[in-house]
Design a protein around this ligand. Structure first.
Ligand code: CTP
Ligand code: MG
Length: 252
């Protein structure tokens, strides 16, 4: 088996507001991307890792990842490449740098630093079972309310508010996590189709915030497996504080 994973770590972390790129921000003294990479490899499902790094931090990212091992004690095949201007562009850069493998690929966010190895294994096994696209999902626990198009364009409702369009039942909805798993040719083709359509992830209105969405736009069904609350995306200071508590709660 030569299963590959792309670990996206090229973002700046603007919402976290740290001087370091987010993937290099420490959680219990260990950079987020190292937490994520360790858990990916601990699944036993990944032997080849391509990491997208901020262009100015390729060497720092490589240094942070030195010494990683597979469950059998051997080192993984590791490549660090500069990412792109959007997450989508970074994943595309990772795909371009992937060595030949077993025809499948996982795509994981360094920002989901605490994603447990069994989520990785569930995703990888579902791809091996023949699903061309797989995503972990967790249930929505909040009540949902639809509002007019663009109402959250600035991330929050405009002063004065907007009319609501109706409550949305949450029972059929899931929150998307990573790693997502793919038949590699299918993911390559979905990225190529997005680029051909002028979608590069830079325009919020057309961007796909995850790869399963790109594959879905290319006409494929996405298979869901159970995610985990530990796979939360660390976006804000609050998330980092929560991840610190969750990590302290983990068996060592
Ligand atoms: N990412 C990437 N290349 C980009 C943007 C994001 O590889 N150009 C990665 C991030 O490093 C992260 C994942 O994609 O692991 C999810 O992105 P997000 O949580 O949005 O991270 P940032 O873009 O770094 O954060 P922000 O949007 O707050 O700046
Ligand atoms: Mg971002």
């Amino acid at each position: 088996m030569l299963r590959s994973a792309i670990l996206t770590a090229a973002g700046s972390g603007s919402r976290l507001g740290s001087t370091l790129p987010k993937a290099l921000v420490p959680l219990d003294g260990v950079p987020l991307l190292v937490h994520a990479a360790r858990r990916l490899l601990a699944s036993g499902e990944v032997t080849t890792l391509v990491v997208t790094a901020p262009a100015a931090h390729v060497d720092d990212v490589r240094a942070a990842l030195a010494g990683l091992t597979l469950p059998d004690g051997t080192p993984p095949a590791l490549t660090v490449v500069p990412g792109g201007a959007s997450r989508q562009a970074s994943v595309a850069a990772g795909l371009a740098a992937l060595p030949p493998g077993d025809g499948t690929v996982l795509v994981h966010d360094a920002a989901r630093a605490l994603t447990p190895p069994d989520v990785v294994a569930r995703v990888a096994r579902a791809v091996a079972a023949g699903h061309v696209a797989v995503t972990p999902l967790v249930p929505v626990v909040d009540s949902l309310q639809a509002v007019a198009d663009g109402a959250f364009a600035a991330g929050h409702l405009p002063v004065g508010g907007v009319p609501t369009l109706g409550a949305t039942p949450r029972t059929g909805l899931g929150i998307v996590q990573t790693p997502q798993g793919f038949d590699r040719a299918t993911l390559d083709a979905a990225h190529a189709a997005a680029r051909a359509a002028g979608v590069d992830g830079s325009d919020e209105a057309t961007a796909a915030t995850d790869d399963a969405t790109l594959v879905e736009r290319a006409g494929h069904r996405v298979h869901a497996v159970a995610g985990d609350e530990l796979a939360l995306k660390i976006t804000t200071r609050r998330d980092l504080a929560l991840a610190t508590l969750l990590l302290a709660d983990q068996p060592r």
